[in-house]
Structure formats: structure tokens, C-alpha cells
Design a protein around this ligand. Structure first.
Ligand SMILES: [Zn+2]
Length: 100
């Protein structure tokens, strides 16, 4: 159950970072690790494609040197959802942290 809840936080993190910059798998794994989330590529990549399937992220393959890397960026629909969820997070954290 803890993992279920964490996965929702992880999705929010991904949407948040993808709203500021292009993101890629390994970068997200490192960023999330700095917040204490342990995530394997086997968990992250399906999560990213799910967000793409739902039209919240779009994927772009780019070749850097000889390697191809998939980058992700938020879509307008993802941005709209993030805005909506931001209010809920603010409200919830206020309640959880017992702030007025
Ligand atoms: Zn983050």
C-alpha cells in the first residue's frame, strides 16, 4: 500500500519536472532518488509510457552522440491536470501538516 501511494507522488514529480524541462528516464531516477524514492527502469518506463498513453506527456527520441535517448515533455492536458492537482496537494499538505 505504501508503494501505491508513493507511485502517485512519483507521477506528480514526473509531471512537475516535465513541465519545466525535457526529462529522461535516468535523470528522473536520479532526481527521485534525491527525494528518497527508489525506482528501477522497469518501474519508471512503463509509468512514463502510461502518462504518454493518457496524453499527459509526449515522447521525443533524440540522438546524442551515437546514442538515442527518449525525452519527455508535458502536454497541455498534462499541464492542466498538474494545475488541478497542485491545488489538491496544497490543500492536503495543509491538513496533513496541520497548518492553518
Ligand atoms: Zn522532484
Amino acid at each position: 500500500m505504501e508503494r501505491d501511494i508513493e507511485l502517485a507522488f512519483i507521477k506528480l514529480h514526473v509531471l512537475h519536472h516535465a513541465s519545466h524541462d525535457d526529462v529522461f528516464g535516468l535523470g528522473l531516477i536520479e532526481e527521485l532518488a534525491s527525494h528518497g524514492y527508489r525506482l528501477s527502469p522497469a518501474t519508471l518506463y512503463p509509468l512514463l509510457s502510461k502518462l504518454c498513453q493518457h496524453g499527459l506527456l509526449r515522447q521525443e527520441a533524440r540522438v546524442i552522440g551515437h546514442r538515442q535517448r527518449k525525452y519527455y515533455r508535458i502536454t497541455p492536458a498534462g499541464d492542466a491536470l498538474l494545475k488541478k492537482l497542485r491545488h489538491k496537494v496544497r490543500d492536503l499538505s495543509r491538513e496533513l501538516l496541520d497548518q492553518p
